[in-house]
Design a protein around this ligand. Structure first.
Ligand code: SAM
Length: 294
């Protein structure tokens, strides 16, 4: 398979890519989203990677139940490794994917048998070639500024076209530091989309069905992550005490707080965020004003 053409990828995006690739390794799934747990887990034993994969399939089905009839062309922004795009393609949509990660590009091309075009770029840098009926942001909105998202989508959509977004959203604008602080503040996102000419057609809060994935992550980290860290620390303390003391210092200085916060992730989510699916429609008039050919 030909190698993707190299593009400049900023260090921040490379950190995000590394985290997403780690998530892929852990789940072994074609999706990078949280999933939709239905039925909800009733006990700790229900929190398994196998059930997460089932939840991820259910999320995709749920998401696509929001696509309005008559939609044909779809731009899947932040398409990951192609789970959603393959699902759409199989259902007769004309799809294109976009993400700033050569590794995802490779996996995407394999998953979609090379039949779905992939654009190796950030959404913010995506040049306009043609317009789409619907732009999908399946858990990718949190990686870009609200204005870039709203104005970029308005520029790329046909008049009357749709923007379908599913993501964690901050309900508390004062929560602005920590694990989920890159998620949009609800009112800021709403204002950016309204100003770009969109109106909200439909929304659903699926926080309860998404949250078990956070619980699963915490449970697995407690069981495997912490015990592995302790084991490696014990080995180092026996074998190379100076390195152990140095790493312990680094751990206490930079890593410990991150771990404490990670273990609190469910409480932070419940207190400051929600997870919503939102369907927005672009008015025909606003599109005519923003279109270069108008
Ligand atoms: C959590 S994953 C979601 C993947 C996929 N949509 C899904 O539902 O499984 C976030 C995606 O957004 C992409 N992404 C990050 N920054 C982006 C940007 N500036 N423009 C477009 N996509 C971006 C990531 O590379 C990744 O594909």
């Amino acid at each position: 398979m030909p190698q993707p053409k190299p593009i400049y990828i900023s260090p921040a995006t490379r950190y995000q890519n590394a985290a997403l690739n780690y998530y892929l390794e852990l789940t072994g799934s074609p999706y990078l989203h949280y999933g939709y747990w239905e039925p909800l887990p009733v006990c700790q034993n229900d929190l398994t990677i196998a059930k997460l994969r089932t939840a991820q399939e259910a999320y995709t089905v749920k998401l696509f139940s929001f696509i309005p009839a008559g939609t044909n062309t779809v731009l899947d922004v932040g398409c990951g490794i192609g789970g959603n795009a393959a699902y759409l393609k199989e259902r007769g949509f004309t799809v294109e994917g976009l993400a700033p990660d050569p590794f995802q590009q490779q996996m995407f091309v394999e998953r979609t048998n090379g039949q779905v075009p992939f654009h190796l770029t950030r959404f913010e840098d995506f040049p306009q070639n043609h317009s789409y009926d619907l732009i999908l942001f399946s858990e990718s909105s949190q990686y870009m500024a609200a204005d870039d998202l709203a104005q970029g989508a308005a520029r790329l959509l046909n008049g009357g076209g749709y923007l379908l977004l599913a993501d964690m959203i901050r309900t508390d604008g004062k929560y602005n530091e920590g694990i989920f602080s890159n998620c949009h503040v609800s009112s800021v996102l709403h204002d950016a989309l309204t100003q770009a000419g969109f109106s909200l057609v439909k929304t659903e809060d699926i926080s309860a069905q998404v949250a078990p994935t956070i619980d699963l992550g915490i449970a697995n980290f407690r069981t495997f992550g912490l015990s592995t860290i302790k084991y490696i620390a014990n080995l180092l303390a026996i074998a190379v005490p100076p390195i152990y003391h140095f790493l312990r210092w680094i751990f206490n200085r930079w890593v410990k707080n991150l771990i404490v916060e990670g273990l609190e992730a469910r409480k932070i989510f419940d207190k400051h965020l929600c997870y919503q699916i939102q369907l927005w429609q672009l008015s025909k008039k606003d599109h005519e004003n923003s279109s270069p050919t108008a």
